[in-house]
Write a protein that binds this ligand. Structure first.
Ligand code: UD1
Length: 370
């Protein structure tokens, strides 16, 4: 039997995480699929890319297109050009793309225009907010795809509403799969890491912020920083800073201010490290999609600094709460950080993101389809 060529295109931090278990599954159990991993180069810093390949044991990409940063149009165009050339040369039977980044959009558009079938991992997420680049990317990617791997029942309903029901398969979320494989390493390494950072479990709030809507407007970012300084008077703040956010915070002179008190800024963390920080935090303040889910799965209460979420499942039992006004951050954080009743409720919630076997289902469906 001749092999089926599948090109998996990744490029940004969350995509490495979501793809890792699918890659492992295909390479270990599906010899009939010839998988080539292509890196768009969207994320290029060691801490934003390489560390995830190493920690999650992802084989090195066949090609790195080194598209790098730029405006949305420039970045997407650079990737499309490189990907088109590669697709024309290697003629894959299918192109697979995870998530909702500019890499997702570039790969699905380049493929569909060459009449190559597209499979989308994490299809059907909707925040309803078309000002978010990710909402545009995920909608367009879904409509370019012939196979839609939906992580939740909500995603299935969203896709049906848009007339995409026939291409949709409910698989569960590959982030549950990867979380399961990494938890033993989290257990193994957590004491050493917390000790090194002089942190006690349940004694700090973890903060991650990188959405343009929060960090690109310096006035809003200044308000957020002021709120974090208030929180730090009561509870230590641990803040791994995304490069986009670092550049904006530097403009505000945030890193050298004596007002920071107990705020610890640090570099972006690897996957095991961020999960250690999250699992042991008293709560999370974030605007990331993935972190909302991970906090839900690790039973850590979360405040999402946005007015919408593409993961409405996480709002059950107030496990995750949407908050838009920065001045409300201190009250909201202090309300959940020490709320034992809330923590008990969260621990008993049903997990709507699947049983940790999403990658197996994806690989099997892929094989059958090909
Ligand atoms: C991208 C995704 C977002 C995802 C996030 C995870 C899009 C539209 N957004 O946002 O959905 O949640 O990745 O991190 O695709 N930079 C570096 N080093 C890097 C990468 C970026 O310094 O390795 C800096 C550059 O100044 C760049 C900025 O970060 O301009 C933003 O990077 P970009 O790839 O445009 O989007 P993210 O904000 O990372």
């Amino acid at each position: 039997m001749s092999k089926m060529d599948v090109m998996l295109v990744v490029g940004a931090r969350p995509q490495f995480i979501k793809s890792a278990p699918v890659i492992k599954e295909i390479l270990s159990k599906h010899r009939e699929i010839d998988l080539s991993i292509i890196h768009s180069g969207q994320h290029y810093d060691q801490q934003m890319s390489e560390i995830f390949f190493r920690e999650l044991k992802i084989p090195a990409p066949l090609v790195n297109l080194q598209a790098g940063s730029g405006s949305h149009a420039t970045q997407t165009a650079m990737m499309m050009k490189g990907l088109e050339g590669l697709m024309l040369k290697t003629k894959p039977h299918m192109v697979m793309v995870p998530g909702d980044t500019n890499t997702t959009l570039a790969a699905s558009l380049a493929a569909v225009k060459l009449a190559i079938p597209v499979a989308h991992i994490e299809a059907g997420m909707r925040s309803g907010d078309m000002t978010m680049p990710e909402e545009i990317n995920r909608k367009l990617a879904d409509h370019c795809s012939t196979l839609l791997f939906a992580p939740t029942q909500t995603a299935v309903c969203n896709l049906k509403k848009e007339g995409l029901g026939k291409a949709t398969r409910l698989t569960g979320d590959t982030m549950v799969d990867v979380l399961h494989t990494v938890v033993p390493f989290v257990q193994l390494k957590q004491d050493t890491m917390l000790e090194r950072l002089e942190l006690l479990p349940q004694d700090y709030v973890l903060v991650t912020l990188h959405r343009p809507s929060n960090v690109d407007n310096l006035n809003r970012l200044r308000e957020i920083l002021t709120a974090l300084r208030k929180v730090a008077k009561r509870l230590q703040v641990i803040f791994p800073v995304h490069p986009r956010t670092r550049a904006r915070l530097a403009k505000l002179g945030a890193f050298s201010s004596p007002k920071n008190g107990r705020i610890t800024f640090m570099s972006p963390q690897g996957y095991i490290e961020i999960l250690i920080l999250l699992k042991n935090a008293s709560c999370l303040l974030t605007d990331s999609g993935g972190m909302q889910k991970e906090s839900f799965l690790l039973h850590v209460p979360c405040i999402t600094l946005r007015s919408t979420t593409e993961w409405p499942e996480t709002l059950i039992g107030k496990a995750n709460q949407l908050l838009f006004k920065p001045e409300m951050i201190p009250k909201a954080i202090l309300e959940i950080a020490f709320n034992e009743k809330l923590k008990q409720t969260i621990t008993s919630l049903r997990n709507p993101f699947g049983d940790g076997h999403a990658s197996g289902k994806i690989a099997r469906i892929l094989k059958e389809t090909l």
